[in-house]
Design a protein around this ligand. Structure first.
Ligand SMILES: [Zn+2]
Length: 380
């Protein structure tokens, strides 16, 4: 016996009489709604103030690609920017996980795909992804500079083949240029080993955290060539530098802090030790940090401690429990999307973290494993 159908009338019941009644009902609704709509269009300044308070959020999905990166930004005007695509193979594991959140966000295509650099855990998933969803425009730093690494070179060649095959639109990322998303400003602050020369608007103060920060030799790999972005939506500021390394962080942050303070830090390099220098992390002083580590990749104790001790931090969230972090250097379970032992395609449910970021700086972080959210009110 099926009870639920009793809620809905069957087609047979919708005779001519019902159609007339429905039409009358619709007409009545239009009469009621129309004046309210007119009122909204001629809104007073008060109404506009009210509308800003309830502005739509920027939505960011941190997809679990097991220690690679894939971060999906959906703007308030429903444009999309995907940063990286995770790994290749694994029966399209990463592509399927990206697709799952894209569908949840109501997307039927990706407007912009930014490949931060050409390592396998970032660009490797491109051929898998484009089989499943249309990507309109690709953005990258140009060409692979780590030609001595066979896997990286192969990934780059496969990516180039996809671009050629799709006759895809392509943007070469240049420092200081913006990605054309409406309603917010997305600035490229690092790319192909170069960083912005002039500070972002509102930034440019001397960075007191440079003094005690050790320097490190220049990174020669693709990591240091990562295309990084700063996104500003109203007062809310977020930074995602891909796998940018310590030496390049210090170019951005010393002696002058060219980025300014951030509300959200998409933790560089999966929380691995070659990134997250104190000069950078303390200088940007994030309120919330979200780390795209795997159980066995990233989440090193060094960066973990730097982030946890940074001056304004409310919480660090992790996509995975970190084996390297062990008992001392992991956040509490409610802040971890995938717990210990949930690594690899067979053992992992691929839980994601979702961030809602409002233009007044209010943040809401949701853990898909616990299905719980935490709200961070706008700073006073
Ligand atoms: Zn990586």
């Amino acid at each position: 016996m099926v009870h639920s159908n009793q809620m809905y009338p069957s087609k047979a019941l919708l005779g001519r009489r019902n159609v007339i009644l429905a039409a009358l009902g619709l007409a009545f609704l239009l009469i009621i709604v129309a004046p309210a709509h007119t009122q909204a269009q001629t809104a007073s300044p008060n109404f506009r103030k009210h509308a800003v308070t309830f502005a739509k959020p920027l939505t960011v999905y941190f997809v679990d690609v097991e220690g690679g990166q894939s971060t999906l930004f959906v703007t308030p005007s429903h444009q999309s920017l995907l940063v990286d695509t995770g790994w290749p193979d694994n029966d399209d594991r990463d592509a399927d996980r990206i697709l799952q959140v894209a569908k949840q966000a109501g997307l039927d295509h990706i407007d912009y795909l930014l490949l931060t650099h050409f390592h396998v855990d970032h660009v490797g998933g491109v051929p898998n992804l484009v089989k499943k969803i249309h990507v309109d425009t690709f953005i990258d730093h140009g060409t692979n500079r780590e030609t001595t690494d066979a896997v990286t070179e192969q990934c780059f060649e496969r990516y180039r083949a996809v671009l050629a095959q799709l006759h895809a639109k392509h943007i070469l990322a240049k420092p200081g240029e913006t990605i054309p998303l409406t309603g917010l400003t997305t600035t490229i602050v690092s790319t192909d080993g170069n960083t912005i020369d002039t500070p972002l608007p509102g930034a440019g103060e001397l960075n007191p955290y440079c003094k005690n920060c050790p320097t490190r030799p220049p990174d020669k790999t693709e990591n240091g060539r990562s295309a990084g972005i700063v996104m500003q939506y109203g007062k809310m500021r977020l930074v995602d530098l891909g796998d940018l390394t310590w030496d390049k962080e210090m170019h951005l942050m010393c002696p002058v802090n060219k980025l300014g303070r951030m509300d959200v830090y998409v933790v560089s390099h999966h929380g691995w030790y070659p990134s997250s220098s104190p000069a950078f992390v303390d200088g940007i002083a994030p309120r919330v940090a979200i780390m795209d580590n795997g159980e066995k990749k990233g989440g090193s104790p060094g960066p973990w401690q730097v982030i946890e001790k940074s001056p304004r931090l409310k919480d660090l969230w992790q996509l995975h429990y970190s084996a390297e972090g062990g008992a001392q250097h992991n956040v509490a379970a409610p802040y971890i999307a995938n717990l210990q032992g949930a690594s690899g395609k067979d053992g992992s449910d691929g839980h994601y973290i979702r961030l809602l970021a409002y233009p007044n700086g209010k943040l809401v972080v949701y853990n898909s494993r616990t299905q719980q959210s935490k709200t961070y009110p706008a700073p006073q």
